[in-house]
Design a protein around this ligand. Structure first.
Ligand SMILES: Cc1cc2nc3c(=O)[nH]c(=O)nc-3n(C[C@H](O)[C@H](O)[C@H](O)COP(=O)(O)OP(=O)(O)OC[C@H]3O[C@@H](n4cnc5c(N)ncnc54)[C@H](O)[C@@H]3O)c2cc1C
Length: 241
């Protein structure tokens, strides 16, 4: 197995994917919240923050738990089997700093005394020139989804992280930070236990025309977008057969 890096980041892949969908006559709606998915006269009606539509088939790519929440028609037996297990949320603080701070790309931090579990100096892997001359440092953390970290402002997170960062890199000083970004996402890391595989839903569901395909079906490997693509290929084969 080899680790690959898409020069310029994954955004290229998403932009190209959206372009292909549009060229094939599809629409991509960003910033649109799906609120309800229900059966209506043998078809599927989707209610969203931008309006409602009706389709012959629906593929839900939400985490299985959200799919169950959004589709009241899914039977109890399906929920008992697949609306199951726990996941962590992910938090990423990205700093643009005015100079190189470590000699490493990737430092795992498995120490309860630190508020983040990974420190990645991305521009030790790719050159700062690829990012407008920025030196990019990324501090990552996986936590329970109700952890206060997910409701903290970026400034509060930086106030908590910076003293710990300084313990690892004594040369770090917050005046070196020229830009910063904070991102977080729920359901970012399924917690895989020994019973996990018995609770992975198949791609089809007991409801005609409803399919599910998401990261929680990636097994036994850890999540990765290469596996998402493989899952999509498998789904398309089944949809067209
Ligand atoms: C910190 C981190 C680093 C990673 N690094 C890599 C990497 O380097 N390489 C790699 O291959 N993989 C990486 N991964 C894994 C990769 O991100 C996942 O495997 C992939 O995103 C899973 O895709 P998905 O579509 O199943 O889920 P998601 O990407 O989580 O997509 C689910 C989407 O559903 C949306 N959604 C939820 N509810 C609603 C609603 N009601 N209405 C509308 N939309 C909704 C969410 O906003 C989200 O966009 C990383 C993951 C994390 C957390």
């Amino acid at each position: 197995t080899q680790l690959g890096y898409m020069r310029g980041g994954f955004q290229h892949l998403y932009d190209s994917l959206a372009e292909h969908v549009q060229q094939a006559g599809g629409k991509v709606l960003l910033g649109t919240r799906v609120e309800k998915v229900e059966q209506q006269n043998g078809r599927w009606r989707i209610e969203s923050s931008q309006g409602s539509w009706t389709f012959d088939r629906v593929v839900s790519t939400f985490p299985t738990r959200l799919t169950c929440r959004m589709i009241p028609a899914l039977p109890e037996s399906y929920r008992a089997q697949y609306d199951w297990g726990q996941a962590y949320g992910a938090h990423c603080l990205i700093l643009s700093v005015s100079k190189k701070l470590t000699d490493s790309y990737w430092i795992n931090i498995c120490d309860r005394g630190y508020p983040f579990t990974g420190l990645f100096e991305h521009t030790n892997f790719r050159l700062p020139a690829e990012y407008g001359g920025r030196h990019l440092l990324y501090l990552g953390s996986y936590r329970a989804m109700n952890d206060p970290l997910f409701t903290m402002s970026k400034e509060e997170v930086m106030a908590e992280y910076f003293p710990a960062l300084k313990r690892i890199i004594p040369a770090f000083d917050e005046t070196l930070v020229t830009e910063s970004w904070a991102f977080h996402a729920p359901f970012a890391q399924p917690i895989v236990t020994t019973e996990y595989k018995d609770h992975i839903p198949p791609l089809n569901t007991p409801l005609e025309g409803l399919w599910v395909a998401n990261m929680f079906q990636v097994y036994p490997h850890d999540r990765g977008q290469n596996y998402s693509l493989a899952l999509a290929e498998k789904l398309v084969k089944q949809l067209l057969s």
